[in-house]
Every structure is written in structure tokens, then in C-alpha cells.
Ligand binder design. Sequence first.
Ligand SMILES: Cc1cc2nc3c(=O)[nH]c(=O)nc-3n(C[C@H](O)[C@H](O)[C@H](O)COP(=O)(O)OP(=O)(O)OC[C@H]3O[C@@H](n4cnc5c(N)ncnc54)[C@H](O)[C@@H]3O)c2cc1C
Length: 516
Amino acid sequence: MVKVLTTQVLIIGAGPTGLMAANQLSRFGIDFIIADTKSGPTKESRAIAVTARSLEIYQQMGIVQEAISGGKPITFFNLYSNGKLKGEVKIGEIGKGLSEFSYMLTFEQSKNEELLAYQLVRQGKVIYWNYEFIELKEHKEKIRAVLSHDHEFTEVNAAYLIACDGANSAVRQQLNFSFKGGTYSHKFFVADTVMKWNLAYNRLIIAPGDQNFCAFLPLYSDGGYRVIGTLPKKYFNKEDISFQDIKRIVINTLGLDVEFESVHWFSTYKLHHRGVDHFSDGRVFLAGDSSHIHSPAGGQGMNTGLQDAYNLCWKLALVLQGHAKPTLLNTYNEERLPFAKWLLQFTDRGFNIMTSDKWFVKIFRKYIALNFAKPVLKNPWIRPIIFKVISQIWYSYHSRSLSKSVSGQRLRFKAGDRLPFFSEGNIYPNFTKASFHLLHVDFTPLSVELRAKIIMSFPFPINLVEADLNHSWKKLGVTRELFILVRPDNYIGFISDSLDEIKTRKHLEKHFIYRI
Ligand SMILES: Cc1cc2nc3c(=O)[nH]c(=O)nc-3n(C[C@H](O)[C@H](O)[C@H](O)COP(=O)(O)OP(=O)(O)OC[C@H]3O[C@@H](n4cnc5c(N)ncnc54)[C@H](O)[C@@H]3O)c2cc1C
């Protein structure tokens, strides 16, 4: 007899994306089943960089200190060529004033998965390890999926399914999503090492050589470094290749004295760049690597998966709670697909410049990119842009259907932007509830009666936050009373100078359900 389980949301895959989805649904009190073929969190370090935007999510979830204490901040980025420093950026400095986490944190994927899984276990949630997704029997009106465990089948009935089952997603393949793109001709290597050099152990180094490309990323342990790069062509077809085979080439590419003491993990692989052209079909949503894969340039893969899940799950929660119409779920595709497309292009271009064998790219790399790197990386206008891009705080949902401003003030932020960050008087700690927030910026707070009236006027539960109209807000162009509707994922949904019920309702009733 086939066992039958019923839940609200079925999540396939308990990698970083699936575990984030489960955590977000849990914050909203939504019932879910999360299943993975593995027996527990991954043991391989895999992705190692966690961006500021991901840390802000962890902060909202109350787990950021655990991530920070188990990780290591990357505070310097260096560009080396033949042993010569060609450019340097103090990542910690260029991010100041832009996020509380003004650096990049190395906190390996295995640790992220452990932390996210532990956070679920702490709340009494179960992760169905050793359960494999086999087949989707229905996905338009409801979800009926078959899982296999220990040679026995379980049917799961759910309202929605989130496919977080990685690059080879069985869900994506069964539903015939297109997954267009290509495979890079190079082969790559990755090695987690312990090494000695004369530099400090807090710097990320990129070393494009004439024949090869290498990058060095600090790991948590003393002297621990992730080394990645292109595999020299002569090793493409060699079986049982080890780091020992390419160690000398790596050292020569960097051009500095390095001693490798040990290697904990070594692997070679081909890289792909592919993406879907839509994130959903019926009641199935794709997130993370199941919908987009690209080179690890910029350390964006895991972080993008975390953000996909973060964007989708509050929307699913509000629909399942009866506060929103199912049309709200279309905004997941509307908001995340353009980012996935941009990311594929961005990582593809960056990666080609670093690794291409074409003669004109080699000339550009050697004589133009490397020589201009120093002044470019020193430019005070360019440095914050670099931080915003690598930390994923630049991306906004401007001009999307959930973003609207009816304010007459000349504001320096827009609907669709991430919540403004102020290094003095950081407001992020006031936005940890799993709900919409209404931020009221003024010289005096609202009266108790008005607060109650405003809260009742929204079609969903709302957390009202008061902020003093201080110099930080004035710098952003706020001169008088302002209402900012902040979404549960801390992006700005609606901006207005007064809570004109007609305008607010006109905007919100597109996707949300007013009872009166
Ligand atoms: C060497 C390397 C370095 C990287 N460096 C970085 C970096 O620095 N920064 C960064 O952001 N990204 C990096 N990435 C990319 C990052 O690892 C991925 O983007 C990330 O793992 C995607 O997470 P995910 O949860 O979407 O998919 P995955 O991590 O692939 O998880 C998918 C899960 O689904 C499960 N699954 C698969 N099929 C089924 C099934 N049929 N039934 C049930 N479960 C199933 C799998 O067991 C797995 O646990 C790197 C990747 C590699 C390989």
C-alpha cells in the first residue's frame, strides 16, 4: 500500500535553496514537507561566499551571529599577475554605510546547510532525508507527487511544489522546462587546501595568467584556502588527476611563494551556463540551481538560490493564508527571472574575460584590463558599485507590479528598492517579523487610535514601525510625513505621503484580498 501524506507545500531538495524555502514557510506557520535524496546536509564545502544581502536575511531570521562566528570575513580583494599586485580593494571599507555586513563572508555551503537545517530542527520540523522525488502525477489543480524511500513509495498531496533539486532537477525535466545555454569548453578544478604564504589570510586573490586562471578564497580554518582555476589542457583527459599534478602550475600562475601543506578536497568539473525562460508551471515553482546555473564567478550561485526562495515563500504564505490572490505568485517570475537572466550574462562575460583563449581577449586581459585595474578599483565612484553588485544589494524590483510610489516628495529611493540602510540608527532590527510592515516616518508618532485604524485598513496583518524624521531620512529627500509599505522580504512595496485609502487599496487589491 502506498503511504499518503498531505501538506501545504512540498519542497524537493534540501540544499541551501530548499532549506531556505522551508525556513521561510516555517516563519509564516505554513505546513510543508521537505525531501532530499541525501542522508543529511552536504559534506563538501562547494559554495563558500555569503553576500551581505544573504546575511541580512539571516539577520531577519535571527541566525546571523551563528553564521558570522562560523565564518571568516573577506576584507581584501587583490588582483595579481605574474607575482605583481595589479589592483586592490578593501572590501570591508567599500561596503561601509551600505549594509551592516560591509564585507563578504566565507561560510561554506556545508555550514549554511547545517545552520538552516538546524534552525528547522530547533523548531521541531522534520526533514525527509533519503527521500527521492520520482514523479509528478498532477500539478495544475493540485500537487500529487511520488517520493521513494527505502524501496517504498509515498504519495504527497500538496497545494504547491517548490523544486529546489539543483542543476539536474528531475522536476524541471519532467515538466519539460526549457533550460537553454551552453557548456564552457574549459575544464576547471577546485581544491580546499591549507597553505602558507607571506600575505595575510583574509584576502581573495584573482590571478589571471597567460595560460591559466586561478583564484584564492580564504576559508575559516587557519591558512585554509579554496583554490579554483582552469585546468591546463594537457590534463583534460587524464584520469585520477590530483592537486599534486597541477600544484606547480598554480604557483607559477600566481607568481608568489606559496607552500601547500594539505589538500582536503579536490575535484575537476565542466561548467555550464543555462537558465529557464519561466520559473513556474501550474502549481510548481523552480528556485535556485534548478532554474539557473552559471560559473562561480562572483560567488553568486548559492546566494541567488537563497534569494529566490526568500522572494517566493512569503507570497506562497500569504496566498495560503487567504490574504492574497494566486496572481501574487506571478510576481515571483516577474521579479526573479530578470535577475537570473542578468546574472547569467554578467557571470558569463566576467568568466570569459578571465578564461578565454581567444587572442584578442588575451591581449585585452594582459594589456588593458590588468593595467587599468588599479585606477578603476581605486575610483571612489566605482568602488561602492562593486560592493553593491557582489553583495547583491543593488538589485531592485523597480517598475514591477508590486512596486508603486504616489509620494510627491523628491525621494532618493524608489518603490522596489531594498529597505534603506543607515549606519547610524540601523532600522533593520525592527523588521524581523514575518509580515508586511508599515514604516511611518515623521517628527511625531501616530496616535493610538490612528494606529489601530491604519492596521485594520490593510488586507493582511501589518507591523507598524515608527521612525523619527532625522538627518538620515532628510538625506534621502524626506521632508515631511511619509508612509513606506515594506514587504516581508524587506523590499519597498508602496510609498505615500498620506494613507489615502483609495490609492493604497487601488494598488493592493490587484493581488491582495480585501474582506470589507
Ligand atoms: C565548486 C563550486 C564552487 C561554488 N562556489 C560558489 C560560491 O562561492 N558562491 C555561491 O553563491 N555559489 C557557489 N557555487 C554554486 C552553489 O554551490 C550552487 O549554486 C548551490 O548549491 C545551489 O543550491 P541549490 O539548493 O539550488 O541546489 P543544490 O545545492 O544542488 O541542492 C539540490 C538538492 O536537491 C537534492 N535532489 C536532487 N535531486 C533530487 C530528487 N530527485 N529528489 C530529492 N532530492 C533531490 C540534492 O541531493 C541536493 O541536496 C559553487 C558551486 C560549485 C560546484
